[in-house]
Design a protein around this ligand. Structure first.
Ligand SMILES: NC(=O)C1=CN([C@@H]2O[C@H](COP(=O)(O)OP(=O)(O)OC[C@H]3O[C@@H](n4cnc5c(N)ncnc54)[C@H](OP(=O)(O)O)[C@@H]3O)[C@@H](O)[C@H]2O)C=CC1
Ligand SMILES: O=C(O)C1=N[C@H](C(=O)O)C[C@H](O)C1
Length: 280
């Protein structure tokens, strides 16, 4: 229950639940919501075995007490929420999408590493939930994707090879990153091809020469890197590099809150950050 007297809460504020509230993004989201007018944290969820259960979500995130204890039971908090911000794991996200559909609320999904089967289940949930899902919630990366699509369209596959390089912190568990795949999809769209079947995710040993028109990925992991992405368009005698460097997770959190506010009142469906930012 909130410590804030009910009279101080604007009736129009969007009540948000942060799942994975003790994680790197979870804590960043709690801090971001605190600074954004029109949204407030009304619930915080972690796993049943989390050492953070019962702690105040604001105190854990460093904003000071907000009167929202971290709980292990999503159902009662989803029932009184307008939306859920979810940066957790693929299996958890699929489960949360089902609960968001039951509650008919907004579900903003930043979780990466989802399989085709996970994505199919999320798409099914979007029949009843208003879902915004993106491998990267920042304005910069979504603008970069538009530029990559344009470059891929303008530069012929016979003359220019596209390679995507990403680097992240040592705790990241999935590769290529969701952003790298998003940028790969943009490059494929520019080329008028599907990414699936034209992607080269690993190279090792005697690979043979590069297949014309393929889109290559390379992943680096180390230290505390928040997220670096470069799309290299390599021709004979020249090379174009389009890059984005995330310096602070707040860019993802602000984008996620923006997505939730945008999605409020929209009909159920699966939307992207390009829809939210008007870049579609
Ligand atoms: N789209 C975007 O813009 C961005 C996406 N991401 C993605 O977000 C995800 C999370 O990243 P990050 O914050 O660094 O990871 P963390 O591991 O720091 O945080 C995830 C949190 O979610 C918790 N969690 C997992 N499953 C559940 C569950 N069923 N119920 C409640 N809590 C749960 C974890 O708990 P436990 O540790 O106990 O498992 C953990 O506290 C990744 O997939 C990452 O790639 C990250 C940044 C930006
Ligand atoms: O795990 C992360 O940290 C990040 N994940 C997202 C991704 O997979 O692209 C977005 C961002 O790069 C940080």
């Amino acid at each position: 229950m909130s410590d804030t007297p009910a009279t101080d809460i604007p009736a129009t504020d969007m009540g948000l639940v942060v799942v994975g509230a003790a994680g790197r993004m979870g804590q960043t989201l709690i801090r971001a919501i605190h600074t954004i007018p029109g949204a407030r944290v009304i619930g915080a969820v972690e796993r049943a075995d989390s050492p953070h259960l019962g702690k105040d979500a604001g105190e854990l995130a460093g904003t000071g007490r907000i009167g929202v204890p971290i709980s292990a039971d999503p159902l009662p908090v989803f029932a009184r929420a307008d939306g859920v911000l979810d940066f957790t794991t693929p299996a958890s996200t699929v489960e949360f999408a089902g609960y968001a559909a039951q509650a008919r609320i907004v579900h903003v999904i930043g979780t990466t590493g989802c399989s085709a089967e996970d994505n199919a289940r999320i798409e099914a949930a979007a029949r009843h939930a208003t879902i915004v899902k993106s491998g990267n919630m920042s304005l910069g990366v979504n603008l970069l994707a538009v530029l990559v699509e344009q470059a891929a369209r303008a530069l012929d596959a016979d003359d220019f090879d596209i390679e995507i390089l990403e680097m992240h912190h040592k705790h990241k568990v999935d590769a290529p990153s969701g952003t790298a795949l998003l940028l790969g999809e943009a490059a494929a769209a520019g080329r008028g091809i599907a990414l699936a079947g034209n992607d080269v995710r690993v190279r090792d040993g005697h690979t043979g020469v590069r297949k014309v028109g393929s889109i290559g990925f390379a992943s680096l992991r180390g230290g505390s890197v928040v997220g670096d992405h470069s799309v290299i368009v390599a021709g004979t005698g020249e090379r174009i590099t389009l890059s984005h460097h995330a310096e602070d997770r707040a860019i993802f959190a602000r984008g996620a809150v923006k997505a939730a506010l945008w999605a409020r009142g929209r009909k159920p469906g699966l939307y992207s950050m390009r829809d939210v930012l008007g870049l579609s």
